[in-house]
Design a protein around this ligand. Sequence first.
Ligand SMILES: [Zn+2]
Length: 399
Amino acid sequence: MSIIGSRELIRDINEKTILKTIFLEKQIDRASLARKTGLSSGTVTKIVSSLIQKGLIVEMGESDSTGGRKPILLCINKDYGSILGVKVGVGYLYIMITNLNGDVLAKSRLDYGEEADPINISNIIKNYVEEQNKNSLVGIAVAVSGTVDPVKGVVLDSFLLNWKNVKFASLIKKVLKAPVYLINDVDSFTIAHLWKGKLVNYKNALVITLGTGIGGSMVVDGELYTGNGGAGEFGHMTIIDKGNKCSCGNQGCLEAEAGFDALATKIYERTKSIALKEAYRNYKNLETSQIDFLKLALKEDEKIFKKVFDEYSYIIGIAIKNLINIYAPECILIGGEALEFSQYFLEKSIKFAKTAAFGNLGERVTFEIDNLGADAWILGGIYKVIQEEIFYVDIQKNG
Ligand SMILES: [Zn+2]
């Protein structure tokens, strides 16, 4: 690295540090900024002027101060650009556009049919962005189930979408001409909660999402733990020997025994309701139709529905108990589409897990329930775009 190169690098790092501090503090005056970053007030003043000129930050209001001149507060210019976020679900896209604060400017749920064709999906996304005609795109976040290579922009394995080594980032980049970041959907869910949801105040936590798939992730020391890539596939721990066949190729995984499809099939096998049998035969393997089927089951055969959800509460309880014994988390955050039916299982699952966990580990866990809803699947990806495009310093490029 040359000396000139490193001077530029230091300037760049200082600039990003200031941006990040303003972003995290939401609003801050110049003197506090110098204190927080450890930079001299001269450096802060110079960098802040340049950032205002670039349109990345703006001055606003005055902070409370006793006596003397009130300092001016700085905050991120939330309208500097917009960010597109997409969750590719089973049969649908959940898509939103936000500003730099993560405030939602537009959102929509678009069905794409039974086959998750990457080219068709990229065209649907392109059309949506053209219709919305929002501010210029700073970047795009795409959340999918399964494992991704964020650096190469490749979906390595998404069993639910039936994707293997799909170069999805370059497909989207081709039609929308903005940087694209791929992220696992449960990781996105978790980062969203660390940013502006239920995990803001926790250092060590687990996340488990229940729906068509069962996903998980871990927070260690306030950060998402990714292991060697792909950590937290709680849905694929074996819980029944030689059980149902799973989308991952194994048998008896938690997801195969307690995903929506397993619940629907159990109801179909046991019910005597002709309407339900008929509905199951016409049932498509999509998350929306699975939820509709379960709702119909509650209406048509409440007894069987409740029995199946009783068993479900037990299976989920076992899984959570095992996770508590391994991780001893401060908090377990539960999310996913199954929360729509939470009154039929959640309390029982938590009670079982708390009682059955080792020693007093269960009593020490605080359970939190998702409050961001479907937005969480995308907001974490949007945070990642902000981080990479606004705060991150590319040392290779600068060196
Ligand atoms: Zn599996």
